[in-house]
Design a binder for this molecule. Structure first.
Ligand code: NAP
Ligand code: MG
Length: 505
């Protein structure tokens, strides 16, 4: 196979740079050094301090916190903490904009604004990508090729729907909901904001959105775009803060809909505090996806799918393929290939275009990953990590996988949200289905096989909102995304995503 014929790449570090030393089967020793290719930062504009964006204006708050670069631990900027009264102010601004302007703006005009936002984002795509990587630690190639283009694509997609809502939902009366509150996590900051803001505006609602504590910067860049697009003041209000800022949005009586993406734990709190109210809710929560490889699958492609499934964005992905189910007959072959492939993953500076695995988003997340990995070791699972040295500063975790994992082990049950894979096996499709469904979650899954009928049978039996076949982690604005069970409810993306921002009467 291709990999055996090729030489082995070993990640090492000398004189402060990452090298790949390679040895071919004939033992001709030579060193293959990757030239660094660092993305320029001189074109980005970051202010030392960001105020809240309320009613189209920058509004000061009483408290500010620092956002840092997790790859260097350097401070990037200070960001305002929205207090309960700031949230109130943002909600009133959104309500005023709804009553006076946005509810009276024709769908065609709404579409023009959303298109304009998308076009301006396109012009600033490189700046958005660099800031996203600096604030959150993700590899620049991912923010450049995935996060930012997909975020822009969501605005374009929903701009197209704004004046066609009656075609999407014929023969029913539809109306906007009013002021919507949106709360997003730190793993795909701008993309999650786009998933939420674009359909909300297309349907005629106004928005108060809160960024996650560790990644507020691209949202404030978006505020600049919104201003440049001349969106009427107060239609989108962008705020930052911690959990209690989110709580204040959830509990505000004038907020008629909550769109939340984050942990199952906080999702449950939101359910409790909105019980008995008439608020509409969508919850996009955690996951523990099964990635299932049958013996008839194209193995090399599947190995790439496993790597992409779990190490993309350091595994900080709700739909990550974190439970690998390999058919027993090919387990040894797959594990061998995985080990080989892990050795060639380049871990390090997120702004280096060669980097495959960047920094862990925060010290807290690194602690959580370490704790769960230790539990795997203590419960008797076998750990594999490639030899690679990590930068001295910042938060890092080597790409990792465990074999000898039992269904009951914590690493097979709990969401790790890091670059850690649990490898398990199965013998029959029935067993694969049972094991895949043996989880509290139901967000996504992957199936690798060359038999279409087998794939369709599996798809109809696995309880997951999104199932990829012979690929993984593919996203498109036209395709709805969301979960079953403790992965939440409601769909984002596609026509289904519009439904969540409309009243039907
Ligand atoms: P999190 O702790 O639940 O936080 C998510 C957001 O909620 C953050 O903005 C957070 O603010 C805020 N928040 C915290 N406590 C709150 C409260 N009591 N009331 C209202 N808001 C509150 O989750 P996370 O650690 O940021 O993100 C990781 C989780 O998100 C994972 O479980 C992942 O699976 C899930 N996720 C799901 C999807 C999906 O589409 N299903 C997509 C991405 C991520 P702070 O930042 O200040 O804590
Ligand atoms: Mg940060």
């Amino acid at each position: 196979m291709i990999f055996r014929e090729k030489s082995t790449a070993i990640l090492s570090r000398s004189n402060g740079s990452f090298n790949h030393s390679t040895q071919n089967p004939k033992k001709r020793n030579f060193v293959w050094e990757y030239a660094k290719s660092i993305e320029a930062k001189d074109h980005i504009h970051l202010k030392p301090s960001y105020d809240l964006f309320i009613g189209g204006k920058n509004v000061k708050s009483k408290k500010y916190f620092e956002t840092i670069n997790p790859a260097t631990e350097e401070k990037l900027a200070e960001v305002a903490v929205a207090s309960k009264s700031d949230v109130h102010r943002a909600v009133l601004a959104a309500e005023k904009a709804y009553n006076r302007v946005w509810s009276k703006t024709s769908p065609k005009e709404r579409a023009k604004y959303i298109f304009r936002i998308a076009r301006i984002m396109q012009e600033k795509a490189r700046e958005f990508a660099v800031i996203e990587s600096m604030d959150g630690g993700k590899p620049i190639k991912e923010s450049k090729l995935i996060d930012i283009p997909l975020a822009i694509a969501h605005f374009f997609y929903y701009a197209g729907w704004a004046d066609k809502l009656n075609l999407a939902f014929p023969n029913v009366n539809i109306s906007p909901i009013g002021v919507v509150g949106q709360i997003i996590p730190w793993n795909f900051p701008l993309l999650m904001a786009a998933w939420k803001i674009a359909p909300a505006l297309a349907c005629g609602n106004t928005v108060v959105i809160k960024s996650a504590e560790t990644t507020p910067l691209t949202l404030y860049k978006l505020a600049e775009v919104i201003k440049e697009a001349s969106l009427p003041d107060g239609v989108v209000n962008i705020i930052s803060g911690a959990g209690d800022t989110g709580e204040a949005i959830v509990n505000h009586p004038k907020v008629k809909k909550i769109a939340f993406t984050g942990s199952t734990e906080v999702g449950k709190l939101i359910m409790k505090s909105t019980a008995g109210t008439d608020k509409k809710i969508t919850l996009e929560l955690g996951g523990k996806a099964a990635n299932i490889i049958f013996e008839d699958a194209p193995i090399d492609q599947a190995v790439e799918g496993i790597i992409n499934g779990i190490y993309f964005n350091q595994g900080h992905v709700c739909c990550a393929g974190s439970r690998l189910y390999v058919q027993e007959s090919i387990k040894n072959e797959v594990v061998k290939k995985l080990k080989h492939r892990l050795k060639s993953l380049r871990v390090g500076n997120p702004l280096d275009k060669n980097t495959d695995v960047g920094a862990i988003n925060s010290k807290m997340q690194l602690k959580k990953i370490t704790e769960l990995v230790n539990s795997g070791i203590n419960e008797g699972c076998t750990l594999y990590q490639p030899e690679c040295s990590l930068p001295d500063k910042g938060y890092w975790f080597k790409p990792t996988f465990f074999t000898n994992v039992a269904q009951a082990n914590r690493i097979a049950q709990e969401e790790i949200f890091g670059p850690v894979l649990s490898v398990l096996t199965f013998r029959t499709p029935k067993e694969a289905i049972e094991k895949a469904n043996n989880t509290q979650y139901g967000l996504s899954a992957g199936i690798w096989s060359d038999k279409g009928s087998k794939i369709f049978k599996m798809v109809s039996s696995i309880k997951a909102g999104v199932i990829w076949s012979n690929t993984f982690n593919k996203f498109n604005p036209a395709s709805p995304f969301g979960g079953y069970k403790e992965s939440g409810f409601g769909r984002e993306g596609g026509k289904q995503g519009l439904k969540e921002y409309l009243n039907f009467n």
